[in-house]
Design a protein around this ligand. Structure first.
Ligand SMILES: Cc1cc2nc3c(=O)[nH]c(=O)nc-3n(C[C@H](O)[C@H](O)[C@H](O)COP(=O)(O)OP(=O)(O)OC[C@H]3O[C@@H](n4cnc5c(N)ncnc54)[C@H](O)[C@@H]3O)c2cc1C
Length: 289
């Protein structure tokens, strides 16, 4: 199917893009990799009157690890993350999620920031970002706004950007001391969206106890969801099989999956539990390595 007619601009500077977005208001949408927006337009699930293509804007394709954060710019493709030694060095959950996003063709074009903005509950990145306590840096003609990921992911395909704002970067705190993370995804076939996936992140204190914990779930709620009770059960505890099992059971309670062709709700909850425990074990091994 063809999308409805739309106006198109391809600005060569961020200022120009922001001015166009401000002038066009709610009828305009940013086009990044186009891997979600274009299919939605073709299916007529989205019909923006104006597309602002940001691909010609220089300086948005950076990954860096300065000032306590791993920072990922708006034009960093999924594949750039797969190949980034900096990401591998600074965040295990992001590094392990990247090869699981879609297929090589989509990974060559699609962007992490586009995925985060898209807020698809079956998308992989927002669970990783919730577990890692990411921040979204939004830019508009009035300046910059830093939004905690918990406030950014509002609902099913809904974020908290204001009209005229672009996601300029997503950043996650670097591990302070010993940290580790993992992303475990069950999919029906290579390149598919998750049937169930779980992102985990652990930080160990000087005493070897868990000082911070992040757990978030993909495809089992109407948005990517943190398992907050499970996280709380871990903080302050010595890592052990028992505490990981308890957290895994609490994570399963945070899931409200639907029964569908991919499996029953009960089975998906069980997968959440198993993947949470395995993810925590992998995160711990990385933190101790
Ligand atoms: C066959 C196929 C399989 C896929 N499988 C998976 C999968 O397994 N896991 C997964 O997570 N995803 C999957 N995806 C989605 C893919 O990862 C997309 O790349 C991603 O969801 C969106 O990134 P994009 O850069 O293509 O964004 P676009 O499609 O360009 O935009 C998506 C939305 O985000 C907005 N947007 C984009 N960038 C910005 C920005 N910088 N600031 C503000 N708003 C912005 C757009 O306006 C639009 O509303 C799949 C897609 C396809 C086609």
């Amino acid at each position: 199917m063809f999308p409805p007619a739309f106006a198109y601009s391809a600005p060569e500077s961020l200022d120009e893009a922001l001015a166009t977005l401000t002038n066009e208001g709610e009828s305009a949408r940013v086009l990044a990799g186009g891997q979600s927006l274009i299919p939605m337009m073709k299916l007529r699930l989205a019909s923006p009157a104006h597309l602002v293509d940001i691909n010609n804007i220089p300086g948005l394709d950076y990954i860096d690890a300065a000032n306590g954060y791993l920072r990922i710019g708006a034009l960093v493709r999924h594949n750039d993350i797969v190949n980034s030694e900096l990401v591998t060095a600074h965040n295990g959950a992001i590094a392990s999620a990247a090869p699981w996003v879609a297929d090589p063709l989509v990974r060559n074009r699609g962007t992490l920031c586009g995925s985060v903005a898209h807020c698809d509950p079956e998308g992989d990145w927002n669970s990783v970002m919730l577990a890692a306590r990411a921040q979204v840096v939004a830019q508009s003609t009035s300046g910059e706004r830093v939004i905690a990921i918990d406030d950014f992911v509002v609902d099913f395909f809904t974020n908290s950007l204001e009209p005229g704002e672009i996601v300029k970067e997503v950043r996650v705190p670097k591990y302070a001391g010993r940290g580790g993370g993992a992303y475990l995804k069950l999919e029906r076939k290579i390149g598919d969206y998750a049937t169930v996936a779980v992102a985990t992140q652990l930080q160990l204190g000087e005493d070897g106890k868990i000082s911070e914990a992040g757990i978030a779930l993909t495809a089992v709620n109407n948005k990517n969801t943190r398992a907050i009770a499970a996280e709380r059960a871990l903080v302050g505890e010595e890592p052990s099989d028992e505490i990981f099992k308890e957290a895994a059971a609490l994570a399963a309670q945070a899931a409200e999956p639907e029964s569908n062709v991919r499996g029953t709700a009960e089975w998906k909850r069980n997968v959440v539990s198993v993947y949470t425990r395995r993810g925590l074990e992998a995160s711990l091994a990385q933190a101790r390595a």
